[in-house]
Design a protein around this ligand. Structure first.
Ligand SMILES: [Cu+2]
Length: 239
């Protein structure tokens, strides 16, 4: 999902450059003069188009999405966007808040939790789907470069793909009150696709060794992400 306003603004700017070109004022004194003027206009338009096309390459970065999710955990239901699959480890009423914010070609991610068990690590990742009524519906980890060997039955555990630079890991450690914050920066942005949720796992941290990379035990809670549009937060729908 892109931000059409930015694109439209850029497109308008490019059009304005063309219309302001002084060579469009053509006198009709001589055929040759007119021909030369037309040729100049064509050349200017061609050069201007090249310039806009070049700027167009940066539009993807300018329209990169911010994703956000926030809520208190409930038992899964048809409309919940923050839910617990294991109230013993992720109590009902615990709060999760996540923002994934683009900056140039990177994305800064921040997770804040409260109300979880005290002095405990929790493995946390971005997953592809919005939160489902059961944990498996959250889908696999979101990957920037998708592991070609991964399948639904055998998710990616190759460290070349299942790592915190190609996925979004937000493992967090709570304080004595059950609160905590974690941050990470990943070298990619979300343009035509992005993660649908943040999932909290039972393990205290995410495994990194080959064959285990990205694993973190059972899924115990989930927070649905939404794309932040200029006019507010818009549901992402299914992905
Ligand atoms: Cu996960």
């Amino acid at each position: 999902m892109r931000e059409p306003r930015l694109s439209d603004k850029r497109h308008t700017a490019c059009s304005a450059i063309v219309s302001r070109t002084p060579t469009v004022t053509v006198t009709d004194r001589r055929f040759m003069h007119r021909w030369l003027t037309i040729a100049t206009v064509v050349a200017v338009v061609a050069l201007t188009s090249t310039g806009c096309a070049y700027k167009g390459l940066s539009m993807a970065a300018q329209s990169a999405m911010t994703l956000h999710g926030e809520g208190a955990l409930t038992e899964p239901n048809a409309t919940s966007t923050a839910e617990t699959y294991n109230p013993a480890l992720a109590p009902v009423g615990s709060r999760l808040k996540v923002t994934l914010n683009p900056s140039d070609e990177s994305t800064n991610a921040e997770l804040t939790v409260s109300g979880l068990l005290p002095n405990r690590g929790y493995a946390v990742h971005a997953h592809v789907n919005a939160c489902g009524a059961s944990p498996e519906l959250d889908g696999p980890h979101y990957q920037n470069r998708i592991d070609p060997a991964a399948t639904r039955q055998a998710p990616s555990t190759n460290p070349e793909y299942a790592n915190p630079r190609n996925e979004i890991w937000l493992d967090v450690h709570t304080d004595a009150a059950g609160s905590g914050t974690s941050r990470t920066t990943v070298p990619f942005v979300f343009t035509d696709r992005g993660p649908g949720s943040i999932v909290v796992h039972e393990a205290m941290q995410t495994a990194t060794e080959p064959g285990q990379a990205g694993k973190a035990g059972a899924r115990i809670a989930c927070l649905t992400l939404s794309a932040v549009q200029p006019n507010g937060v818009e549901p992402r729908g299914s992905r």
